[in-house]
Design a protein around this ligand. Sequence first.
Ligand code: ADP
Ligand code: MG
Length: 315
Amino acid sequence: MGTYYRITLIKSAENSVLDLAVAKQQVDKTLQSIIDSMSTYKSDSEITRFNQLTAPACLVVSQDLLDVVALALEVSEASGGAFNPLVGALVNRWGFGSTSFKASEFQLPTDQEILGLLAATDTSSLRLNTAEYSLCKSAEVALDLSAIAKGYGVDKVAETIEQLGVGDYLIDIGGEVRVKGLNPRGEVWKLAIEKPGLQLGSVQQLVNLDAGAIATSGDYRNFIEHQGIRYSHTIDPRSGNPVRHNLASVSVIAANTALADAWATAFSVMGAEQAQLMAQNMSLAVYLLKRENSAQQEPSYSTWHSAAFSQYMQQ
Ligand code: ADP
Ligand code: MG
């Protein structure tokens, strides 16, 4: 997945015989099966094989892939297309995908080119055939689940860990986090939303979570710079361009990590104004960090959070 993972699990009477080496083996097996299914960087993953088929076509795939595609399509619809699992061709063209090229060779796509790539993002080309465990496409598409697969991975690791009898844990894959129970000090888990900019690594806001997930999308860690302009790895599927607005980070708390992960990306695409409206309307727990004077070298930041987010905030 191109990132780290970190798991903290608490030993208790129920899992006193737990062998950490065995736990790690199980976790790695769980993660490997997700990578084998959803990595666009693997030539033989399910997703790559699906993308390489000439449309129209169907491929029998794992339950995991069917579940994630179903979730992705749900969030796509609910977010008015801000989240779109068919952004793959645009992501590649903008230099963030598996088909990489040298920065010096990067050329901005023309409007014409973008129009062509946008045509391939129509989610009605994608069909789930759950009775036959297959995924079908009626046109050429480039499925890209990178904005939800990490979160889904956290959820599957949580299942694995719970099956080993662990009731108190923290699972973190590249900043997408799920917790349950209590931390090593016997308290509710405390998580930090980072400060952006030059203060990377320091705490902006502490969050208390006893069960659930938090995912953060930020534009300050992953971007390309071309002729002095920064382009985010998050693409607005409605325009075909990388998002360019004043959101430095979006954190979403939800019952499961896949949903939190996908919604964090969806809100990053929308920008602050639309994100705030939708978060309130849908009663989602959302925390935004907004850049104020972005024209300056070291911008200042303001924050916003939805009503549903307040209950988690450490004062
Ligand atoms: P972040 O932590 O910033 O949300 P993620 O790793 O979760 O980053 O997701 C970023 C990846 O999601 C991109 O590299 C790209 O593959 C994909 N992506 C970009 N824009 C969108 C979008 N609008 N909808 C769905 N996936 C997207
Ligand atoms: Mg995401």
